[in-house]
Design a protein around this ligand. Structure first.
Ligand code: PAF
Length: 305
């Protein structure tokens, strides 16, 4: 198994990708902040499906611009050796792991990507400036890698919606693919943050996905009943400090009170378990009965989205 080529600078990245560009191959990008797990590995597999023979690039960069607290930035796991092993297993061609100076040579950029009003709802309410930082670094990575296709997880659904919006509004010409959330056998969404959960919190954390699946199960009766069912599930949960639980339309807009049967929607949750903030979401269809098989059980691995 030959590993990916590790490049640290813009120039090395350009050199590595030059042959593929000359050959007219498609280039795929999976932007990450490292601490790679099976969820990231699945993004790589999705990228591979979209590039034919072309190279898949994984960027590993802990982006200071998207962190509020300096302590969060410092404590973010940095595991490049292990990340390279994951990339080798998945047949990644190039890992781009630049330093902060390489990405922001002049320090904090004066020009950033203004994410608009969608960045003020949901995650944005407690993380001001976060999505400006995310969109700015993603725009820079698009400029450096010049991918034809970029793959992001649906787990940070707001991020995915905002990136699609940026690509459309700024005519960036990158195909953005949203990949399904990978889940542990009991339903917990895979996340780099799960390592911070102690065994008791790990058990408690499954309440987030249970809450979402309760909403999905009840969504045939409309948004209000779905939310009530979800809140019922949460009331039974211990150790979960809810930040938000909302049902929106797929573009994260507020739904009107009366929506027609068959309206696509999204249910989103954020909560703290101990000091770890977790997010998750699922698609649902309002006013149409959902098959009950959507609910995973501990002995039934399930990756529905
Ligand atoms: O989702 C992430 O890991 C990050 O927000 C991203 C997209 C790599 C930008 O830093």
């Amino acid at each position: 198994m030959s590993g990916p080529v590790l490049v640290r600078t813009r120039a090395e990245l350009a050199d590595q990708l030059a042959p593929a560009r000359r050959a007219g191959q498609r280039v795929g990008l999976v932007p990450t902040m490292g601490a790679l797990h099976e969820g990231h590995a699945s993004l790589v597999r999705v990228a591979r499906e979209h590039v034919d023979q072309g190279p898949v690039v994984v960027s590993v960069f802990v982006n200071p611009l998207q962190f509020g607290e300096a302590a969060d930035l410092e404590s973010y796991p940095r595991t490049l050796e292990a990340d390279l092993e994951v990339c080798a297993r998945e047949g990644v061609d190039v890992v781009f792991a630049p330093t902060v100076d390489e990405v922001y040579p002049g320090g904090d950029p004066e020009v950033t990507v203004e994410p608009g009003p969608l960045a003020d709802v949901l995650e944005g309410r407690t993380r001001p400036g976060h999505y400006r930082g995310v969109l700015t670094v993603v725009a820079k990575l698009f400029g450096l890698v010049r991918p034809d296709v970029a793959v992001f997880g649906q787990k940070d659904y707001q991020q995915l919606v905002l990136i699609r919006r940026m690509v459309a509004d700024l005519c960036q010409g990158v195909e953005v693919v949203g990949a399904e959330t990978r889940r542990e056998p009991d339903g917990l969404a895979m996340s780099s943050r799960n390592v911070h959960l102690d065994p008791e919190q790990r058990e408690q954390a499954v309440a987030l996905s249970r809450t979402l699946y309760a909403a999905v199960e009840a969504s045939g009766y409309g948004a209000k009943v779905a939310l009530d069912a979800a809140r019922g599930e949460l009331r039974a949960a211990e150790g979960v400090d809810l930040d938000y639980l909302e049902i929106t339309d797929p573009a994260l807009a507020v739904l009107p009170d009366d929506v027609p049967d068959g309206t696509d929607a999204r249910v989103l949750i954020a909560a703290r378990v101990g000091s770890t903030r977790l997010i998750d979401n699922l698609p649902l269809v309002l006013g149409r009965p959902q098959p009950s098989a959507d609910q995973p059980s501990p002995d039934q691995p399930h990756h529905q989205e």
